[in-house]
Design a protein around this ligand. Structure first.
Ligand code: SAM
Length: 244
């Protein structure tokens, strides 16, 4: 588990025993460091120790595949009801932001990443987030491991953020527990359509697709209105449910 060391608007991620060297001086992070501690550099500059929380993962994880945004993660959690103790199958891991959020919810996650270097980065990210005991990052193409992974099932939730998600959805009835959900994130609507078709063909229920658009509010001196900067589109989320 790592902690954020915060000084004004600066934040650094460090583990117990690490050293932080900046223009504010050198600071050794004690092994028994706790959130709320105030640590001083050798120049007397103070850093407050803060526990790493979900949104911090975006700023401090090393990035590989484009991570899912909080608004989309919120929809995944809301629509699947994923909770502590649930077993989740995820692909692709990418940066691992979704996996780490799920691990922080105390779900047990098996996540596949086809790119070996990305998988190594994601394992380190899980360690930084303190969820490496609950998030099992496996190197490989999930579509090539479906028979083996079915033996690890059933899973309560499947989360997919890959172009070949429809091939996994086709196997969802073998992988999901009764009543379990699949959630597929797609940046393009064509991929969502293929996902919906695959879900319908294998008899999944409650097949729904949502476009996620979030509008930030501007509260200015002249008045309040939605921000005019950008459309706020991130992608499409398709949900479906296994009911035997
Ligand atoms: C957009 S990123 C996923 C981001 C992730 N959801 C997050 O929140 O950080 C997609 C990742 O899926 C991986 N990928 C694509 N197809 C895959 C497959 N069939 N099996 C495993 N990983 C795959 C890619 O290498 C890429 O790293």
């Amino acid at each position: 588990m790592s902690y954020l060391l915060v000084h004004d608007d600066r934040e650094y991620l460090r583990a117990p025993g690490d050293e932080l060297q900046t223009d504010l001086g050198v600071l050794d992070v004690p092994e028994d460091v706790e959130p709320g501690d105030v640590l001083e550099t050798h120049l007397g500059e103070e850093f407050v120790v803060r526990r790493l929380r979900g949104p911090d993962l975006f700023n401090h994880f090393e990035r590989t595949g484009a991570p899912m945004l909080p608004r989309d993660i919120g929809l995944v959690v809301g629509h699947t009801g994923v909770a502590a103790g649930d077993r989740v199958l995820d692909a692709g891991t990418g940066t691992g932001v979704l996996s780490a959020y799920l691990g922080r919810l105390h779900a047990d996650v098996v996540t596949y990443e086809v790119d070996a270097e990305f998988a190594d980065v994601a394992r380190e990210n899980m360690r930084l987030a303190g969820v490496d005991d609950r998030v099992d990052v496996r190197t490989g193409d999930l579509t090539e491991h479906l028979d083996a992974v079915a033996e690890d099932g059933p899973f309560d939730v499947i989360t997919l953020d890959t172009g070949d998600a429809p091939a996994v959805v086709e196997r969802a009835p073998d992988l999901l527990a009764d009543g379990g959900h699949v959630a597929v994130y797609s940046p393009f609507v064509e991929n969502s359509r293929e996902t919906v078709q695959a879900a319908r063909e294998v008899g999944l229920r409650d097949v729904d697709t949502f476009e996620t658009i979030q509008r930030e509010m501007d509260f200015g001196e002249r008045g309040s209105r939605p921000s005019t900067a950008g459309v706020g589109h991130t992608g499409y989320l398709t949900f479906a449910r296994n009911e035997r």
